[in-house]
Design a protein around this ligand. Structure first.
Ligand code: DX5
Ligand code: ZN
Length: 224
């Protein structure tokens, strides 16, 4: 049976912020599937990162898919600003939204890919009511807030369980499963075998000696 190449979303959080254009070139040259953009507000998570003005300023540099991961409270306030800045898909945290249905509606009205994320301790039941309205489910395999953390081993079981539940609901073909946090070349195959469709990787790519080659190495890994 042919191998399915792994899909990869480099997180530019680990890139050199004084050369973000260069980071985008690396992603394109390596054949990245998405550009993962981590947005943190110092409330939902204890870190402060990228806002819509930054996304807007790099938008013209690439045609690649901008996969915006909102780790913010009141995500409803930031949907339109990130849409206007050039996001192609927006993922918000179910734990952060008072009314997830409203956030979904805002992303849908803008015709963008709708994603919901859950933290390592959050149970799948929190997002079950929204499954028929989303395009992507982002499973965090570290506590959100910082790049460069260790993959939480129990994430593999969680990914398998969610993958299985989606099959039971008849939704597996419709929902993209993305996994984020601590993804390295050595655990990527395990995570894809568990059911992930697309992997986010930050430090493994941008702290490697040859980031283009590291993206290519991820993509060369495959699962039959
Ligand atoms: C964590 C972020 C991740 C992170 C991934 O809060 O959502 O996207 O930057 O970085 P690594 O691959 O270094 O764990
Ligand atoms: Zn992320």
């Amino acid at each position: 049976m042919a191998k399915n190449p792994i899909k990869i979303a480099p997180s530019i959080l680990s890139a050199d912020f004084s050369h973000l254009g260069f980071a985008l070139d690396i992603c394109e040259e390596g054949g990245a599937d998405y550009i993962h953009i981590d947005v943190m507000d110092n409330h939902f998570v204890p870190n402060l990162t990228i806002g819509p003005v930054v996304v807007k300023s790099i938008r013209h540099l690439t045609k690649s898919f901008f996969d915006v991961h909102l780790m913010v409270e009141r995500p409803e306030d930031l949907i339109n600003p990130f849409v206007d800045a050039g996001a192609d898909g927006i993922t918000f945290h179910v734990e952060a939204a008072e009314n997830p249905g409203r956030v979904i509606d805002l992303i849908r009205s803008a015709n963008k890919q709708i994603g919901i994320s859950l933290k390592p301790q959050t149970s799948f039941s929190m997002i079950e009511p929204f499954l028929d309205q989303i395009d992507l489910l982002l499973i965090m395999s570290v506590e959100p807030g910082f790049g460069g953390q260790e993959y939480i081993p129990s994430s593999t079981r969680k990914i398998k369980d969610i993958h299985q539940r989606l099959i039971e609901f008849g939704l597996r073909d419709r929902i993209i499963l993305e996994v984020d946090g601590g993804i390295k070349l050595i655990n990527a195959e395990e995570v894809v075998k568990a059911g992930a469709d697309i992997l986010v990787a930050g430090s493994e790519i941008f702290q490697s000696e040859n980031p283009v080659q590291t993206i290519q190495k991820f993509k060369a890994l495959g699962v039959t």
